[in-house]
Design a protein around this ligand. Structure first.
Ligand code: AKB
Length: 375
C-alpha cells in the first residue's frame, strides 16, 4: 500500500512546485523554470539516518529537487526540503512506477535497507528488501535512462559488511583491507550488499547485452562501502556497528549503557557529515575517471574501549558496562579493522573532513550536548 503525502488528485498528475510569494508573473515564470530545470533526485529510505542528513544537504546546496520514498511518512520538518514525499514500500512496483511516471528522475540515492542485526533476525525479509527492492529500483532507473537517453546516476551505499575476515588473528594481520579482499560476508545483509554491487555493475555495463536494446542508454551505478556511521542527530536501529553511536547517545542522555561487544572490538567508523560528503562526491565524480563502480571510503578506526574513553572525557559520569552478545560480536569480528580507500582518493578525490579528533570535539560532542540539553 502506498500513501502519498500530498492530495489524492496529485496522484493523477505530477505535482507542480508551489510558487512562494511572487507577484510578478514573468519573474514567477522565470523562477519556476529555474526550479523545474534542477535535476530530480529520488531518495529511498529518506527517513533513515543517512536520508535525513542527505535531504538537508541537498536542500542547502540547492542544485537538486528531492523526491522521497520511505516506509514511514517523512516528519513535517523535512517535507519542505522535498518537492514530493511518498510513504510506501520499495517492494511496491506500482508505487515506484508511479513515482517514475510523475518525475524525470536523474539521480537515485537508494538508501533503504534492513541492516545487519535486523537482517539476521529475519534473513528472508532482509533478502526481499535489500535485493529485490534494489532490483526494482535498478529497473526503474534503467527504464528512466532509456527514456531520457542518458544514464541515470544510481548511488548505492554498500558496507564493510561485505567483508568476512576468518578470525581475529587474520583481522589484525590484514589491517586496512582493499575492495577485492575478504569478500566472504557472514551476514545476510553483507551478502545482499555484495550481490547488489554486482547487480549495479551488471546493469551499468552489460544489461540487455543481447538484442535490440544493446545500444540503449544504461544507468550509471556507483557504490560506496561505508564503515559504521555515527551521527549526533540520530541513533541507528538494526545495525551491528550501533554500539558506537548507542554508547555516545546513552552517555549524553545520562543513561546506563551495556555494550554488546567486547572492549577490544575494533571496526572503522565515520561521522555522518562525511558520509554525506562521500555520497555527494560520488554523485558528482567524473564518470570518465572512475576505474571501478565500488569504492571503500575510510575515516577512522576505533575499538569499543576507544569510544568509551572519548565519551568519558566529556561525560565523566557515563555508566558503561560490557555484556558481549556472541553473535553480534562475531559479526563485528568478521569486519575489518579499517579500510584502504586509496582507489576513492585517486579516482574522485575522496578525503574525509572529520578525523577522529575533529569528529568528536567539533561535531559529535557539541551537537549531541546541545541536542539533549534542548529537550
Ligand atoms: C550495520 O551495522 O549493519 C551497518 C553497516 C556497518 O553497514 N551500520
Amino acid at each position: 500500500m502506498c500513501i502519498r503525502d500530498r492530495t489524492q488528485e496529485a496522484r493523477l498528475a505530477p505535482q507542480k512546485e508551489q510558487k512562494r510569494g511572487c507577484v510578478d508573473p514573468e519573474v514567477t515564470t522565470e523562477l519556476a523554470c529555474a526550479t523545474m530545470s534542477k535535476p530530480v533526485v529520488l531518495v529511498t529510505g529518506a527517513n533513515g539516518e543517512i536520508g535525513r542528513s542527505l535531504l538537508q544537504r541537498l536542500h542547502t546546496e540547492g542544485r537538486y529537487r528531492a523526491v522521497t520514498v520511505d516506509l514511514t511518512p517523512l516528519p513535517e520538518r523535512y517535507r519542505p526540503l522535498c518537492v514530493e514525499t511518498y510513504a510506501g514500500n520499495i517492494m511496491d512496483k506500482y508505487l515506484l512506477d508511479q513515482v517514475a511516471a510523475h518525475h524525470e528522475i536523474e539521480v537515485v540515492f537508494h538508501l533503504a535497507a534492513l541492516l545487519s542485526t535486523r537482517g539476521e533476525r529475519d534473513p528472508e525479509l532482509a533478502h526481499q528488501v535489500n535485493v529485490e527492492g534494489t532490483l526494482h529500483l535498478l529497473r526503474v532507473a534503467q527504464n528512466q535512462s532509456g527514456r531520457l537517453g542518458r544514464p541515470v546516476r544510481f548511488i548505492f551505499p554498500s558496507s564493510i559488511a561485505v567483508y568476512g575476515l576468518p578470525d581475529l588473528a587474520e583481522k589484525a594481520r590484514a589491517g586496512k583491507v582493499l575492495e577485492d579482499a575478504y569478500n566472504e560476508p557472514i551476514t545476510m545483509y553483507g551478502c545482499n550488499k555484495l550481490y547488489c554491487e554486482h547487480l549495479g555493475r551488471y546493469f551499468t555495463q552489460h544489461f540487455r547485452q543481447l538484442g535490440a536494446l544493446a545500444s540503449a542508454a544504461r544507468l550509471d551505478f556507483r557504490s560506496l562501502r561505508f564503515p559504521g556511521l555515527i551521527s549526533a542527530e540520530t541513533v541507528p536501529t538494526g545495525g551491528t556497528s550501533d554500539f558506537g553511536p548507542e554508547m555516545l547517545h546513552a552517555a549524553a542522555k545520562g543513561e546506563k549503557y551495556s555494550c554488546f561487544v567486547r572492549e577490544d572490538t575494533k571496526i572503522p567508523f565515520m561521522a555522518m557529515p562525511d558520509a554525506v560528503n562521500a555520497l555527494m562526491g560520488m554523485l558528482e565524480a567524473d564518470r570518465a575517471k572512475l576505474t571501478k563502480s565500488i569504492y571503500n571510503v575510510g575515516s577512522f578506526s576505533l575499538s569499543a574501549k576507544d569510544i568509551e574513553d572519548r565519551v568519558r572525557k566529556h561525560f565523566p559520569n557515563a555508566e558503561v558496562g560490557y555484556a558481549p552478545d556472541a553473535v553480534r560480536n562475531k559479526i563485528c569480528d568478521s569486519w575489518p579493522e579499517d579500510v584502504d580507500d586509496t582507489r576513492a582518493r585517486k579516482d574522485w578525490g575522496w578525503k574525509p573532513n572529520w578525523d577522529v579528533e575533529r569528529a568528536f570535539e567539533e561535531y559529535l560532542i557539541p551537537t549531541i550536548k546541545k541536542r539533549y540539553s534542548d529537550r
